[in-house]
Design a protein around this ligand. Structure first.
Ligand SMILES: [Zn+2]
Length: 320
């Protein structure tokens, strides 16, 4: 008896399906059993870059029954007892025009419920208003932008869905370019395409996170910025070059390594490899600049209208 080929899922289809599932960054989170509070801190993968230019701020309008922020102001626990609405916190530093920002938040607990979101908002976002409503706070109006754990992107009460979203153990990255006014989300350091343009219409924005889920925790693991300049553009181009076999002078390499986010692909480019492989490549990028990049194919991926062409995007389309 023959086994029909239709029973075997084609590889590309299988890949596409697995791409739609939220995944943790590392293998520490693979066990299904719930973790104790102590175990939440046992995974430090992807947290070796010690750069925290800002921290979370305890909202004045809601007490510690809504949000508990750790002493170092990096870890946030929403609804430590039970949930009766939406809790949110914002960063303690406004994000200004003409700077590039990149930060990462690691999910420490299961994602469930109405919404758990990572994003940005202006100082007009009213956190207190949604305290007793279960809602997707970030993106419910024109004043904020948010990525939901479901993969949906929210802004101005409009929802688009084009990523796998995040789960326990996922590292969610946010790249805000306040020179060009663009916002791009990353999942486990993979770019998800530019989600929004025209961010410069806001005078100042703040990093924000929100959750309706009881005992949900997340940690700010990295927060860097660089003022827009020719230096940054040159560094980005060099970082792109370092993904090929170009040798960089050690001083330059260490400078780039301290701003590792510049070496992440961006502007709508995706790595084409399996998660694990690209993760290893990403690690090796940080540790050994001259390691071979064989097999690291890149493809062009963009759903939104593009801004005018720039040299750095041209590097994104180049197959090394
Ligand atoms: Zn880990």
């Amino acid at each position: 008896m023959f086994i029909t080929s239709s029973l075997v899922l084609p590889r590309s289809r299988a890949n596409a399906d697995s791409d739609r599932l939220a995944k943790p960054y590392c293998h520490c989170w693979n066990q299904r059993a719930p973790m104790s509070w102590k175990q939440l801190n046992s995974c430090s993968c992807g947290e070796d870059k010690d750069c925290n230019e800002w921290n979370w701020e305890q909202p004045q309008t809601s007490g510690t029954s809504w949000v508990v922020i750790s002493e170092d102001q990096k870890q946030v626990t929403f609804h430590p007892f039970y949930s009766s609405g939406t809790a949110a916190v914002r960063g303690n530093m406004p994000l200004q025009h003409n700077y590039h920002y990149y930060w990462e938040v690691k999910m420490l607990t299961e994602t469930y419920g109405t919404d758990i979101m990572v994003g940005i908002g202006t100082d007009k976002v009213n956190i207190a208003d949604s305290q007793f409503k279960f809602t997707s706070l970030l993106g419910q109006d024109e004043e904020s932008y948010g990525l939901s754990y479901t993969g949906a992107v929210h802004h101005g009460a409009t929802v688009t869905r084009d990523s796998a979203g995040f789960c326990r153990g996922t590292i969610v990255g946010v790249r805000l370019d306040m020179w060009r006014g663009t916002l791009e989300f990353y999942l486990n350091r993979k770019p998800q395409g530019i989600a929004f343009y025209n961010l410069r219409r806001h005078q100042a924005l703040y990093p924000m996170v929100c959750s309706t889920a009881a005992q949900s925790s997340m940690r700010l693991t990295y927060a860097a910025s660089w003022r827009a300049s020719l230096l940054v553009d040159a560094a980005k181009t060099l970082a792109a070059a370092s993904r090929t076999r170009t040798r960089l002078p050690p001083g330059l390499w260490y400078k780039l390594r301290s701003q590792f986010w510049l070496t992440l692909p961006n502007e709508g480019c995706l790595l084409d490899d399996e998660d694990e492989e690209s993760m290893q490549v990403s690690e090796s990028l940080q540790l050994a600049p001259n390691v071979s990049r064989a097999g690291m194919k890149r493809r062009y991926w963009q759903t939104s209208p593009l801004p005018p062409a720039s040299p750095e995007r041209a590097t994104c389309q180049t197959l090394p």
